[in-house]
Design a protein around this ligand. Structure first.
Ligand code: FAD
Length: 499
């Protein structure tokens, strides 16, 4: 039988970081009755150890796996996240917040920003964030889970503890863990498909389908199958990060801080017991040594580990599914951690794999469709991330001057022109970031439309004022009813992990 038509009964996941254990938990819990799932990981090769800020789509994955929010948060030292504060991105002394949630209320023809824009012209509005509950709550450090109140939130979590939490689920549902360093990826002579992994301890792990979760090493998809990589460093030039954890000294805020510096940006991710810190930078404009000094000078609190430098190249694997190998996690590529989209992309790939699971053998049409969807998804996110770097007024360093002047994709040029000229934003069907995200970031970075939709003029000035005020007051009332973020965590999901 041709290997491509062979039934898939045994899945081997190579790598046990966030991506590996997410994949194992989902496959074994949801498809495990008909599948043997094996995960191979090396105790002496550490995980990358970052990836601690998430976005609200994680709820979908957790719902699928029946994960209880309170248990998960208590097991991973998690806090709530309502958005990202972008400090010094537009210019050194200018800050804004990109929150989750939806902006005000629009009508069939025009989203809320059109009403707000006219209100601004007439001097009757306050900050656009005052019309989004998640935005206001983030600024004021409030949070609550209220049964009949819709809200969009994500989490800050401990990546190591999250992998352990998922490992428990995966193993309860039958995933077998094999320890050992993969030394050789064995290919079938005729088909070029992967037939087994040879480990340094002599074990051989055979399988029908292989999921590459080996991180930046991309042992299977690249080192064995030579799939190729599209390099995006001309539009996303940061290629290094330095990460360190500290004892918390300030109150945990319900948002990630992203603070721009001369050659990149710094993250601050507050957990219940510690803070995750990192500096993302472009090695062309900043040395590792300078980055380390810059980060250490900017953080407070005792260091809990040695700062670690992580090197990467922004871009994507040319095919995320090649032969009988699917890359999930950093092995499939890396956009940049700015909008915390890594874990989201892993979960999308996992769900896509389950939707197209090749039980009866691998069809090229499934492979092509998987790769098409992965490409579309990542291209849309890529544009949104480039926007933050390109749309800046900063001229103070060569890095920011490069970002301002670099050539950007025509799709992004079009979006910016459309917004500038008419205030319009259209979300593509399958796109991750919606209108509210684009509006908050474009305005936050200083792009203010010169026009609004004419339907707004059907309202008298008085009606418009009442409409805007009603939304602002409703937002205010909702957020006023939420307690302090940390007080809420203490009673809802206090950490169960010994510090
Ligand atoms: P890894 O954690 O590197 O795991 C690789 C696994 O493969 C390990 O278990 C290792 O032991 C195993 N392995 C490797 N080689 C072998 C071998 N030869 N034999 C056996 N096993 C092997 N994403 C987000 O969603 N939010 C964020 O805030 C975020 N921040 C990030 C910040 C930075 C600087 C970076 C680089 C990425 C960030 N990401 C973020 C992306 C991503 O979520 C995380 O990096 C994620 O933890 C990566 O997981 P992974 O499982 O792909 O890789």
């Amino acid at each position: 039988m041709n290997k491509a038509n062979k039934q898939i009964k045994k899945v081997v996941i190579a790598g046990g970081g966030t991506a590996g254990w997410m994949t194992a938990a989902a496959l074994s819990k949801l498809l495990g009755k008909n599948l043997e799932v094996i995960l191979v990981e090396a105790d002496d090769i550490p995980t990358v150890g970052v990836g601690e800020a998430t976005i609200p789509t994680l709820h979908i994955f957790h719902r699928l796996l029946g994960i209880n929010e309170r248990e998960f948060m208590a097991a991973t030292n998690a806090t709530f996240k309502l958005g990202i504060a972008f400090e010094s991105w537009r210019d050194v002394d200018q800050h804004y917040l990109h929150s989750f949630g939806f902006l005000g209320q629009g009508c069939w023809a025009a989203d809320f920003q059109h009403f707000w824009l006219k209100g601004k012209k007439l001097g009757m509005v306050s900050d656009i964030g005052d019309y989004v509950p998640e935005h206001l709550a983030a600024r004021e450090g409030r949070f609550a889970v209220v049964e009949d109140q819709a809200r969009n939130h994500a989490y800050h979590l401990d990546a190591g503890l999250y992998a352990n939490f998922l490992q428990k689920i995966a193993r309860q549902h039958g995933t077998k863990r094999v320890e050992g360093r993969i030394e050789n990826v064995v290919l079938d002579d005729k088909t070029g498909f992967i037939s087994s992994l040879k480990l340094a301890n002599g074990k051989v792990v055979e399988g029908d389908l292989f999921v590459d979760c080996t991180g930046f090493r991309a042992l299977l998809i690249e080192q064995a199958l030579h799939t190729g990589y599209d390099d995006w460093s001309h539009v996303l030039p940061c290629d290094s990060a330095i990460a360190v954890q500290t004892k918390t000294v300030a109150k945990a805020v319900p948002y990630t801080r992203s603070i721009a510096h001369g050659a990149g940006w710094q993250w601050q991710i507050p957990l219940q017991n510690r803070t995750g810190n990192g500096l993302v930078f472009c090695s062309k404009y900043m040395s590792d040594d300078k980055a380390k000094k810059t980060l250490l000078a900017k953080i407070e609190g005792e260091l809990l580990n040695e700062p670690r430098v992580i090197k990467y190249k922004t871009g994507t694997r040319r095919k995320h599914w090649n032969k009988n190998c699917i890359a999930i996690g950093l092995s499939s590529g890396f956009i940049e951690p700015l909008e915390s989209t890594g874990i989201h992309l892993f979960q999308k790939a996992i769900v896509r794999l389950m939707l197209m699971f090749p039980s009866q053998g691998i069809n090229q049409s499934d492979v092509d469709e998987f790769n098409r969807q992965s490409k579309d998804e990542i291209d849309n996110i890529k544009d949104f991330i480039i926007l933050h770097y390109h749309l800046t007024e900063r001229q103070d360093t060569p890095f920011w001057r490069y970002c301002r002047n670099m050539e950007i994709p025509s799709t992004l040029q079009h979006r910016m022109a459309l917004f500038r000229e008419s205030g319009k934003v259209f979300k593509k069907e399958e796109e991750l970031f919606g209108e509210t995200s684009w509006v908050q970031v474009m305005m936050g970075q200083g792009l203010m439309p010169i026009a609004y939709h004419p339907i707004v003029d059907l309202m008298s000035d008085n009606e418009l004022q009442q409409f805007l005020q009603h939304i602002r007051l409703a937002t205010r009332r909702k957020v006023d009813s939420w307690p302090d973020h940390l007080d809420f965590i203490k009673q809802y999901c206090p950490s169960k992990v010994a510090n």
